[in-house]
Design a protein around this ligand. Structure first.
Ligand SMILES: [Zn+2]
Ligand SMILES: [Zn+2]
Length: 557
């Protein structure tokens, strides 16, 4: 295993990892501490949900980097009821509303059920990101009887639970999807039961508990389908604790040491606050260490997204255009309470540039300690470094080349060889996977208005209206571009021609006058080559076109 840069700074990750180790040891001496994430596979898992996983991941990974064990559980809320058919799916699936997510058919036919259909892409993304989790299916836990003791305890203590909930009932909590309306099931006499059966007749949770015998643990319930069941030992009845009781029960059961939650969960009366009381009073556990994390937004999109995930990007979409290290870095460099935006638009080039600059400062030892820490968390995990692109060329260059060549690999290789003198690349594998990301970005996310369409024929009108200095500049380009046909060579020439025309040395520092002349010169070249006044970086564009094509398009006849 290669060494990761050491986390020098005491950032939020290091601080929380220290707390997790100390608190884990205090609560359960000698046992592995647990960081927890919870995800509902009720529909596409959006990129916005990734912070729920990355936040505990960094902490658990930091503990492991320190040489101590740490468990990161991913609790799949797949025994929750199916609430609605998400946009874009067969509306006839509405007949399954009210059943557990694992009892709804898979929409594509390749997975075991509805929940698995949405788990699989997230699993693949987590693997690519180096996020190591222990998955726990709540369907498996509930149906195997793992929680029977806790369910009986909650039913016997239902009055106490009701009283705790009552302390918050007058406040108006922000309701999350899991909380809407199912947290206070009561029978006709108003008695509260924290357990909701899935009907043995119809499989749905349109059920009302009508009695529970504390001594025998037998439960009776009715269902909207007309069925009446029981008395039956609750151990034999399918169903689950309501969300506000379920969550603290699992904190105690899994001995969760640390579990962050979205900022909306920490409001008064939220399931997190109520859970903190229930875990202590009912389940004999303690509330996990926690803090709220802020929203992660996205900028730019693709028509592809609207079909795959209701218009919102998924982690897989982000990984299609960003190397895993960059995705990790975007999360690692921000404190959890800071919101931030992941760019899918042209800003993605800036994200890569920032990362490349950071990598350079790490290499030459000039990075600030906080940056070194964030870099270390991004570049690898306790298991080792993530695979990286051997020759990480500038993303914008790769995107331009992908754009200009329309993905032709032979052309891409030719251009990138010219672009990498004096040590030209031998194969495209040296620039992968970054090249693949750039190609995916051009294909799926680049604004069509920014696409480069090289002229097929010279623009005779424009060529006919050239000034003498224009003609002179084109002549210099024509005569000298072959002297050093490389990215640095062409950069020097293209930027240098206006200097030569002003009587300066080709390597003279730019003056305001030079910059003004360069702007007009670049516009002229863009107009003649691609028919617009802007485009990819000119040296890249020239390399891509090749000398014959350039001479043909710039020849004034
Ligand atoms: Zn499927
Ligand atoms: Zn029923």
């Amino acid at each position: 295993m290669e060494a990761c840069p050491v986390a020098a700074a005491e950032d939020w990750v290091a601080r929380t990892a220290g707390q997790v180790r100390a608190e884990g040891e205090r609560r359960h001496p000698g046992q592995t501490p647990t960081c927890a994430s919870g995800i509902s596979p009720s529909g596409p898992v959006h990129l916005g949900n990734l912070r729920e996983l990355m936040t505990p991941h960094f902490v658990a990974d930091e503990v492991r980097k320190q040489g101590a064990p740490c468990r990161h559980i991913l609790s799949w809320d797949d025994y929750d009821r199916y609430r609605r058919v998400p946009a874009g799916f067969d509306p006839s699936l509405a007949e399954y509303i009210g059943r557990p997510l694992t009892a709804v058919p898979d929409p594509c036919g390749e997975h075991l059920n509805w929940a698995e259909h949405f788990k699989e892409p997230l699993r693949a993304s987590l693997a690519a990101l180096g996020v190591l989790v222990t998955e726990i299916s709540q369907t498996e836990m509930y149906t195997s009887g793992a929680y029977t003791e806790q369910i009986i305890l909650a039913m016997r203590r239902r009055a106490d639970i009701d009283a705790v909930l009552g302390r918050y009932r007058t406040r108006r909590p922000i309701q999350t999807e899991a909380e809407d309306g199912d947290d206070e099931p009561r029978d006709a006499r108003g008695e509260y039961y924290p357990f909701k059966p899935y009907c043995a007749t119809c499989g749905k949770d349109d059920t009302t508990v009508t009695g529970f015998d504390d001594a025998t643990t037998e439960i009776t319930y009715t269902c909207g389908c007309g069925a009446q069941h029981g008395p039956t030992p609750i151990a034999e009845v399918a169903g689950k604790l309501v969300w506000k009781v379920d969550w603290p029960m699992r904190w105690a059961y899994e001995r969760v040491t640390f579990e962050p939650a979205g900022v909306d969960h920490s409001s008064p009366g939220s399931s997190f606050t109520v859970g903190g009381e229930l875990v202590k009073e009912i389940f004999g556990g303690e509330m996990p260490l926690h803090f709220g994390y802020a929203f992660v937004g996205t900028a730019g999109g693709s028509s592809k997204m609207s079909s795959s995930a209701g218009g919102a990007p998924t982690p897989a979409d982000a990984l299609e255009i960003l190397e895993p290290q960059l995705v990790r870095w975007l999360y690692a460099r921000r404190r959890p309470e800071q919101s931030f935006t992941i760019a899918f638009n042209a800003e993605v080039g800036r994200t890569y540039d920032e990362w490349d600059r950071l990598t350079a400062t790490i290499a030459d030892g000039t990075a600030a300690p906080a940056s070194v820490a964030a870099y270390g968390r991004a570049a690898g995990t306790a298991e080792g470094l993530l695979p990286a692109t051997p020759r990480p060329l500038q993303f914008r260059t790769l995107a331009s080349v992908a754009d200009i060549t329309a993905g032709d690999e032979a052309q891409i290789l030719r251009i990138l060889r010219d672009a990498t003198v004096p040590e030209p690349i031998a194969t495209l594998d040296e620039v992968r996977p970054r090249l693949d990301r750039a190609q995916a970005w051009v294909a799926g996310y680049m604004d069509p208005a920014d696409r480069t369409v090289v002229r097929r024929e010279p623009d005779l009108d424009r060529l006919g209206s050239l000034t003498d200095p224009d003609r002179d500049a084109l002549k210099i380009l024509n005569e000298r571009m072959g002297d050093d046909w490389s990215l640095p060579g062409l950069t020097r020439l293209v930027y240098g021609i206006p200097k030569l025309q002003l009587g300066l040395d080709i390597d003279a520092p730019p003056t305001p006058e030079v910059k003004a002349a360069q702007r007009l010169w670049f516009i002229l070249l863009y107009e003649l080559l691609v028919g617009r006044d802007t485009g990819p970086r000119l040296p890249t564009l020239l390399l891509a076109l090749g000398q014959d094509r350039i001479r043909y398009l710039l020849a004034s006849g």
